[in-house]
Ligand binder design. Sequence first.
Ligand code: PEP
Ligand code: MG
Length: 582
Amino acid sequence: MEIKRGIPVAPGVAIGPALMLDTESFRIPQRAIAVAGVAAELQRLGLAMEAAVEEARGNQKAISDKLGTQYGAIFGAHALLMTDPALAREIEGLIRDQHFAAEYAVSRVIRRYAKALESIEWGPLAARAADLFDIEKVILGNLLGQRKEQMRDLKEPVIVLAHDLTPSETAALDPHMVHAFATEAGGRASHTAIMAGVLEIPAVVGLGKFVTDVSGGDFVIVDGNRGVLILNPDEETLERYEHTRSSFRTFESGLLELRDLPAETRDGTTIHLLGNIEFPQEASHCLDRGAGGVGLYRTEFLYLGKKTHPTEEDHLEAYVTVLKTLGAQKPVVIRTLDLGADKFPSHAGGHSDERNPSLGVRSVRLCLRNLTLFKTQLRAILRASALGDVRIMFPMVSTLLELRQCKMILAEVKEDLEEEGIAFNRQLPVGTMIEVPSAAILADLMAREVNFFSIGTNDLIQYTLAADRTNQEVASLYSAGDPAVLRLIDNVVKAARQYNVSVNVCGEMAAEPMYTMLLLGLGLRHLSVTPHNIPEIKKIVRSITLEEAVEVAREAMLLETARGVNSYLRERTRRILPEVFG
Ligand code: PEP
Ligand code: MG
């Protein structure tokens, strides 16, 4: 048995066989296969090799036609190498005799050849090592492609283990079959982590190296409450976790009974609990969990699986679905596209070579450079505003000028619609995310420009502490409880109050029960969280008085370190929700 500790990002416990999902960068674990699986593995290898040879021949022809046969010959040589019977014999031998998975066998043989060639310091043969790596990449690409296909027709529940998952890969997991996932990489607020909440499956990220210690089919436990992955658990651990799993389920179904009760503190203060969504279908998750509306609709997920920009009608269709599900009374805050950084960077309009994408052309920066893209979405949001309580919000605003530019473009689009006689809400409330420290510091100036603020703690923490939200190596720096973050939030709430602007928190901090008392005590009355987390937060809200929350916030603000703040808050919350922190 081996226990790995990482970052818990979605609660719950799952127990089951592991499925190793390999990464684009082809880190191949030394996976063993069952004896009975040898024939199928050889067949898988054969198909992958055949496809690779075919691809090389196709490239040979295309390049020869275009540039001349001497260039096409490079691919001809690849095809020849791959059809070399000695190579196939050696790879097949590793599968047949040592029961290695095809990926590992291919990688091992080709790398041995490449190493031998690399040791020749000069001459034409030395350069052939690069060709071998190329060949390896193509064959592995085919093999791993087949594995991804397999993901679509899983016959039994599994726990997905991977070095890392992109948001798109995570979104493609079928929660009926994938009961949890755990990754070596990733941080608390990475979009992969957020997607775990959407799928409502337990997840742990940032575990550090483990994929070489486990084989597909091994039994594993993912504890999403404590951030633990257990490989090959012993009988006693298994029994203990079976028990934890069933008591957590009872706890969760008990929470659902709170659905129709008001989110009100014991002394009668109403807290607005809203849902964060990525897909229109999630609007129903909000209703199921008793959300008061949608506090954050992350529209960039309209790009998932798409090769082209969504049209105005694509946008509108998605927004109308949400409005129809929620009804005309509940507010829906539609955030304009936050593309770039780790969110669908391939759509980021040719900025994929940025050294530091989180500090680059992301979000409104991207939209303001691509007005066609921006206006297409603004038109759809405005058109949807005629049908329900739609509000618009701009992400990643870092200067006042940027916010004013966004509003100016919105005004232009309104004029266009007016001229075209298309209906929209002329009083459409406009808000800005406060997720860059500069915006938090200038909150008093920002407040004069908008109707509402939404504090995006995921990015605010990242930019305040200069700690990448997706990087487990700096996860200990990345903390919502850091005094610098708390002071910024405090500043934003005070500015909002002064200018009578409503303020919400929509980052993951709002979904973490240990911060609920603090946020209420700082003056927040709107929290927007993954729908799954609403009942738990409501339970805390209904268990405390505002007076208690104010005292907690006052105490927390006096503490000097994130560690001090977090242990204080954990202790205060443990008294209310022992099921989560016990
Ligand atoms: C945030 O940064 O806190 C936020 C809600 O936006 P996202 O997670 O989509 O970047
Ligand atoms: Mg953000």
